[in-house]
Design a protein around this ligand. Sequence first.
Ligand code: NAD
Length: 496
Amino acid sequence: MDTMTKTVYQLPFTGIKQYKMFINNEWVDSASSQTFDSVNPFTGEVWAQAPLGDKEDIDRAVQAAKAAFETGEWSRYTGAQRAALLRKLGDLIGEHAEELAISEVADNGKLIREMLGQMKSLPGWCYYFAGLADKVHGESIPIDIPNMINYTVREPLGVVGAIVPWNSPLLLTLFKLCPALAAGNTMVIKPSEVTPASLLELAVLIEKAGFPPGVVNIVTGYGQTAGDALSKHPDVRKVAFTGSSATGKLIIKNSAEQFARVSLELGGKSPNIIFDDADLSNAVNGVLAGIFAASGQTCMAGSRVLVHDSIYDEFVERLVERTSRIKLGNPLDMESEMGTVAFEGQHEKVLRYIRIGQEEGATLLYGGKRPMTPELKNGFFVEPTIFGDVRNDMRIAQEEIFGPVVCLIRFRDEEEALQIANDTQFGLAAAVWTKDVQRAHRMAGKINAGTVWINNYRKVSYASPFGGYKASGIGRENGIQAMHEYTQVKSVWVDT
Ligand code: NAD
């Protein structure tokens, strides 16, 4: 059926779907034969089960990836051959976008209409990095020593361990997989225990695309066991991690033993700064998209909204009015405008922060509750929530809530806006809304964040580097720079 006419999507099966893991191009159970449940956050019921992989399974996968890198067919592939496989994978993802979107929605409760759009954007990552696979080269370096030629080559690292979170499993995996494979590495990927399904669906397409055995392996399981083993494995040369800043710290410690490289894409508390000359209706739209998309469960959520004192009241009025019209509903329904949060523990965490905000003296301007209508009461829903009169030293302004909760903070001038914006342990993203072009560039220069949007929010592209300052991370994903993160430089000296 045409996606434009379909309104409520369905899971393409009944009962509980049983998944297997993907190691060395084989579909396998975990060594322990145990499984874990994935709960659909809209129904509160188990919809899928995946193998409970642990240290032994990780080791099996790493050995497969190591053999593929060192002696397998893949080790002899040219850049152009790797590019052809990546392009094929992109085509397959495009053809299966709907199934992939449905499996993510069933796992994490994000909106189908948002996920269909995201899935359709994913082939772009495959095609962009396929285009770079045969363009990674070193340099010829003039040397001040007679008869010496010196040149560099860029070589792949080896086995890359990728550990990804539950909020955008496929997108955040492709951020890593596309440059890693384009550069000639092999991979072991561990999805979040909350969302194993879509990556195992991706594995079907990886197999179909024709990647040789061991190039991509997917092991499902818990962070404390499978994730821990992957980040400590002596044969893993790089750990590419996306998740919380607290786990990021552990990843650095774990990978230190074998001096594995790390790239860390971590949490945020991004400021969305509205000056008094901003186009207010655009700014309100940007704030809504910044915090309520994916029920606030995005690393780049604009969770602190800094509003100039002179427009604060009008801004609040417009934001509350627009928020009151957001339709919560079945995430598989194209008409729904906000889905659930991803799982019970996250639901409890968000509601706990709302209580903390009230205790700290912030003004609850809208929302704050779990809706209990017959349609919504079984799901892990939280109303879109707006706190006013927030001080930047409150916990709700300093800690990552990762839910649909926005903090409004007043400022009087540019200097104060900047001071508040930078007064955070995080530095992932920020936005500035103003018609003053000089001020926009001044602010972009002084905000300590890896991404600054001017008069827009949430724009991401495979071509543009993305990553954090301070506790928001180390390294950059996307863009040509990502190829450098998955290669190492060798310097060759020749006596002529
Ligand atoms: P998390 O840190 O709890 O888990 C992330 C992954 O790490 C999961 O696969 C988990 O199983 C694994 N893990 C957990 N403990 C581990 C351990 N001891 N050793 C190894 N692996 C372990 O994060 P989450 O709750 O799944 O995701 C939400 C967080 O991710 C938020 O903080 C969010 O800001 C962040 N995030 C960042 C970006 C970014 O690009 N900067 C993007 C999306 C999400």
